[in-house]
Write a protein that binds this ligand. Sequence first.
Ligand code: NDP
Length: 498
Amino acid sequence: MLKIENYIGGSLVAPVSENYLDNFNPACGEVYSLIPDSDERDVARAVEAAKKAFPVWSKMSADVRHDHLMKIVALIERDLDSLATAESIDNGKPKTLAKAVDIPRAIANFKFYATAAMHTASEAFETVGQAINYTLRQPLGVVGCISPWNLPLYLFTWKIAPALASGCCVVAKPSEITPMTAYLLSKLCIEAEFPAGVLNIVHGLGAKAGGALVTHKDVKAISFTGGTKTGEWIAREAAPRFKKLSLELGGKNPNIIFADCDYETMLETTVRSSFSNQGQICLCGSRIFIERPLYEKFKKDFVERVSQLKIGDPLDKTTNIGAVVSREHLEKVLSYIELAKAEGGTILLGGKSVDLSNETYSLKENPKSAHPNPKSLTGWFIEPTIIENLAFDCRTNQEEIFGAVVTLQPFDTEEEVLVYANSVEYGLSSTVWTENLSRAHRIAERIESGIVWINCWLLRDLRTPFGGMKQSGVGREGGFEALKFFTEEKNVCVRIFP
Ligand code: NDP
């Protein structure tokens, strides 16, 4: 069975403990590879390698760093198809999604930051007649990047690309649930002759390997994407150590639909914004608020459209809904459906797990995959679920489910829907559907979320600030924000003598 290894100091290495964890394929529910059960000793080795590489990497000009990063990009582009297959096998997501979104986005992340670092500028302030001040931005040193399982390579590169481009050396920990594409990336780094120690990848459990990274004295900053509870723990540990923190956390995003919207575009997009990646995208809209005159029509059409989505083999081109990432996560989502029923909700569609064990899991189009030929789809599938008749402030509508479950609720006025939308502890993203421009601006101003989409969803420009308000995070990623995060700003004041 394939053994994933850590990537430290430019080489693939076994964990010091020599212990490994099982890595499951969610579509067939079986172990298909092993991953290092790393601990603080592996993290310490990785930090040492990064410290050794830092003096050269940090002093390299941005265009030379660009060239190194672009060599990795060329290899990801070459391997786009096999990386998409690997992501699908490891995570359960449809390969079509990984091929259209996850891997292209990993490429875009590297391209964007490799280039952006060549276009940064610093401010200068003239204190007339006395001095000129200028801002010197210097890379922080060794930084830690921790990413979740839902968009594995996509979010992994979203962190490491700006860190590397800004001149930092990185110790990164991907989610233990989806380690495969980070491992494949480390192999591509070796092939690209990427300088040893600049990027180090340590696999393992969150609390053990991730915790050791957060608390390591020589790690200057942590860029974390994951759940709010984990973020809370990291913030508590990092604060007394005075580490810089960027936290991208959970969400419970509202999707607000006014009766004057472009109906067909809204309907088609709302199917995607609700159920893409089995609802396991932090930006999915899980609370759908519909202006009352449109409510019954939307409900009927939405249920009909969603019922046509095909649940099945993630590697099959016609599949819309793949497997849920783990048995634990499936059980969590199902428990929320039970809670919704107990809270008085009416299940309009779905609500159950799906048994696909009579269907064959096809790897025939993907002969090069590392998977040892599984037989059938005995893994973790769930029906896309639509629920109505719940109060806006019940637990189902307040807590993050992070699965293919949405609730519908009618509203009558802007004031009312803003109360519903802003009632949660989260504030990551929101979507508003209306043809009334003034209303769109009014809502955008008053809604409590770091990202507001008007008449669209997941339309991203990498130059824009990305992040959440309230318990959805602290700080912003994206654009020059991320490059700045990985640098220390120094003001240099030069006296001018008349
Ligand atoms: P977790 O918080 O469980 O894990 C995220 C990462 O942190 C994983 O690599 C995990 O490792 C690691 N980790 C866990 N515990 C610790 C610890 N004590 N110290 C250091 N690292 C730790 O989140 P999930 O992986 O379950 O991801 C889902 C969550 O991520 C959802 O809440 C979702 O909303 C959020 N998310 C937010 C996004 C945003 O941009 N705001 C984007 C995508 C997801 P391991 O998996 O090995 O335990």
